[in-house]
Design a protein around this ligand. Sequence first.
Ligand code: FAD
Length: 460
Amino acid sequence: MMPGTSSDPIITLIGAGLAGALLAILLSKRGYQVELFERRPDPRKQAGHAGRSINLALSTRGLHGLQHAGLADTVRQRSIKMPGRIIHTLDGETRFQPYGVNPSEVLYAISRAELQHLLLDALAHTPNVHLNFDTKCVEMHLAQQTLTLSHELTGEITTLIRPHVIGTDGSSSAVRSAMLRTPRFDYAQTYLEHGYKELTLPPAPDGTFQLDPHALHIWPRGTYMLIALPNLDCSFTCTLFMPFSGSVSFEALSTSDAITMFFEQQFPDVVPLIPDLVKDFTANPTGSLVTIKCSPWHYRDHLLLLGDAAHAIVPFFGQGMNCAFEDCTELDACIEAETPDWERVFAAFFSRRKPNTDAIADMAIDHYIEMRDHVADPHFLLQKQIEQELAKRFPKQYIPQYSLVTFQRIPYAQAREQARIHERILQQLSAHINHPDQVDWQQAEHLIQRELPLSREGAA
Ligand SMILES: Cc1cc2nc3c(=O)[nH]c(=O)nc-3n(C[C@H](O)[C@H](O)[C@H](O)COP(=O)(O)OP(=O)(O)OC[C@H]3O[C@@H](n4cnc5c(N)ncnc54)[C@H](O)[C@@H]3O)c2cc1C
């Protein structure tokens, strides 16, 4: 590793969220001076603030990024293992489906706030990092390399000249807005017709979990669904995904009676577990879900976008943060290969990551469409049953897309390519049959050997 030297210019990060904090640690490890500007106050100083608990599913790619910062073990200890999902049917039955084939293939539920605190605490012990809270980036002039900051407590405005700026300021990135004014900058944002609302399922009166904590709970109901992830305080954070408008929608749930009736009809087993259901539902905001794609992500050697600022995705694969952490390790590898030429660092990062972040964005949308339109389709369900059997019979060759994305680190674009091959195989095996018992397993073996030869395993 080529360490940075004291003559290296300072690297400025806008946004000390998940990606910004992790990236600052990695840059400091390389010996660079790093400064961060974060518009919010220091969340660690709001310890008494009993906000809503929001949690995230952390998996292999995210853990790999944290490992680079020496934080993976600490984060694992502060999270809850979810080795599978528990499906809750309308009639109250539950079914456990393991995520992986070996015990290490688990998801980790971690509180977003706790993860953020862990990263900020680690930053506080990192040399050469200067962290500024309550400081919002309001303007950038790329040609002049200036950065205008508004100090949220005093209203003071400061303009600085900074040579290398990285925008880690999330999906509504102010840094990306500056890129919008550069020639031939492509930008697309696409909202889903579904939104989401978070609800808290509290601990039981005796302080214990009301549901099995070692699972991600899902109540799939066709065009809408409820999920729940466990928290260390024995509560669960539930998220309801549902259309904004239409006959069954957030818009339609505008009265207490409508909310109660909807939950009693669709999630009857959940109602007794959330005493403050209507209050929570009414008080909590309804969030929107957006995919953002843009190109390029850098302006010469001056500016780079990373994390959600470069590629926000919808959460149906639980990969946004994992992908943003993978960005951090990938940028680190580009720095290793290309410094001191920062334009080459940024260009290499963009060309390496863009096909992969486009792939995970598309896979997340496909997953959403699958959930929305296909879960009740008998042919789709037949294909899913055949898929499970293929994964069992050919474990080295047929690795389901979910595992490739969640438990492996092959580039997302390769995972999508594999998934397309899987789709072709499943189409052929399921044509003209209506039960998995009717699958021609000789044909299956032939297709697997031809389409997924073992030599590909190295890539996976
Ligand atoms: C409902 C939902 C569920 C999700 N679940 C998962 C999951 O289970 N697993 C997963 O991997 N991902 C999940 N994600 C995605 C994940 O939340 C994001 O991908 C991740 O937070 C991106 O990290 P980031 O650092 O790029 O952006 P952020 O975490 O948004 O951080 C951006 C930071 O920049 C700061 N900022 C913004 N503007 C400015 C400015 N002008 N000046 C200074 N600072 C600024 C913000 O205050 C913030 O601290 C989910 C997302 C949603 C919406």
